[in-house]
Ligand binder design. Structure first.
Ligand code: FE
Ligand code: ZN
Ligand code: FE
Length: 196
């Protein structure tokens, strides 16, 4: 099918995103299950519920456009999920695996943020405020998910930094939770990486 109007292009893009969200509904439970951090697991499970809502919101978008909700295989999301599965299968310490899972999840969120930004722009251009508003709602949810993942990642990385310092101080010792807490308290905040 030749795409000849912005209206058509919007529909094509929406079909891609519709498929992407449905793929994610299947993938998120596996990522949540692989997470060791309770906070991360909770965040991923919560985003699963949000994502189910996003699938429904897209159906609402299709309805508003007067077209059938159809999906078109999203190769981008498929690749991102494959990478996520590789990470889940990787042999790593709990905290580092969690940090890697967050990395995979944030790649997904950024992909979605780009995709929703594009369709939002198209809807705006077409003067379809109703659709633009629906897409904006999802865009905001994806941005919130991304921010929450950054926060969880930062606290996980703080914990990893603590273990590394402890190794220097006490070679080969296994660090218990209590000891870790006291070391953490001694650590100046400025040792934290400033990268996001
Ligand atoms: Fe989504
Ligand atoms: Zn895609
Ligand atoms: Fe998402």
């Amino acid at each position: 099918m030749k795409v000849e109007s912005l209206d058509q292009l919007l529909q094509e893009e929406l079909r891609d995103i519709y498929d992407a969200e449905k793929q994610l509904v299947k993938a998120l439970p596996k990522m949540a299950k692989a997470a060791s951090s309770e906070e991360l697991r909770e965040a991923l499970n919560e985003h699963l519920e949000v994502t189910k809502g996003q699938v429904e919101r897209l159906e609402q978008v299709f309805e508003t456009l007067g077209t059938k909700a159809k999906s078109k295989s999203c190769a981008g999301m498929k690749g991102l999920i494959e990478e996520g599965e590789e990470i889940i299968g990787q042999d790593a310490t709990d905290e580092l695996k969690d940090a890697a899972i967050i990395g995979a999840a944030q790649r997904v969120e950024h992909y979605e943020i780009a995709a929703y930004g594009i369709v939002w722009t198209f809807a705006e251009r077409l003067g379809n405020d109703e659709v633009a508003e629906l897409l904006q709602e999802t865009l905001t949810e994806e941005e919130e998910a991304d921010e929450r993942l950054t926060e969880i990642s930062e606290s996980l990385l703080d914990a990893v930094g603590v273990s590394e310092q402890a190794e220097e101080e006490d070679e080969g010792a296994v660090i218990g939770d209590e000891e870790e807490e006291s070391i953490r308290a001694e650590q100046p905040k400025t040792r934290r990486s400033s990268g996001s």
